[in-house]
Design a protein around this ligand. Structure first.
Ligand code: GLN
Length: 201
């Protein structure tokens, strides 16, 4: 049976994530209500506009259910705005975040001149992520990762993909390329029974 992965579907490119998950062999389920988390194996928080997504999460009372879902060991992947929502702290027009990853997200940190760009990860990325092409769109930077945070990939020395146990945060948009490796990382967190719980430690 394929994994059932929720995609928070308030705003942003959740449809592209659903397609990317299907390419990675999972079944994508759009989530707009806390009850829709029931029975899911993992969750994606997509890119988009974190202010809008945060307001929607507030309106739909999703903060606590999402936090509980992740804290119980289910893998989560936040991309761009989704990474901002996972962070411990947010700077430059702060939004309410979930505080699930020990890092500070600085919104729109590449400024207006480089709103969008594509770059390959630096040499020395985690095994299996070599040469990953990353699409950045008004991307945040991830500053001051805590001791429990592993930097899996960097671009120009800046962390762009990090992991804290069962939690993955990317400042780019893996759903916009054909490369399924980042979604595969999320799915890898639940390949064996209990793996998700072990990863959460
Ligand atoms: N700039 C957006 C924000 O701060 C994130 C951009 C994105 O998700 N592509 O919410």
């Amino acid at each position: 049976m394929s994994a059932r992965v929720g995609v928070l579907a308030i705003q942003g490119d959740f449809e592209a994530h659903a397609r990317a998950l299907a390419r990675a062999g999972a079944e994508a389920v759009l989530v707009r209500d806390p009850k829709e988390l029931d029975g899911l194996d993992a969750l994606v928080l997509p890119g988009g506009e974190s202010t809008t997504i945060a307001k929607g999460m507030e309106r739909l009372a999703l903060y606590e259910p999402v936090r509980a879902f992740v804290e119980s060991g289910h893998p989560v992947l936040g991309t761009c705005a989704g990474a901002i929502l996972l962070a411990r702290a947010v700077e430059n027009h702060p939004v309410r975040s979930l505080g699930l990853v020990d890092v500070t997200a600085v919104r729109n940190a590449y400024g207006t001149q480089v709103d969008s760009f594509v770059a390959c990860v630096d040499a020395g990325a985690a095994p299996g992520l070599e040469g990953l092409r990353c699409v950045f769109i008004r991307a945040p930077r991830l500053r001051d990762p805590g001791p429990g945070v592993e930097v899996l990939a960097r671009v120009d020395g800046e962390p762009v993909l990090i992991r804290q146990g069962n939690r993955f945060a990317a400042t780019f948009h893996p759903e916009l390329t054909d490369d399924a490796r980042v979604h595969a990382l999320l799915l890898g967190g639940m390949r064996t029974p209990g793996a998700a719980r072990r990863l959460a430690r």
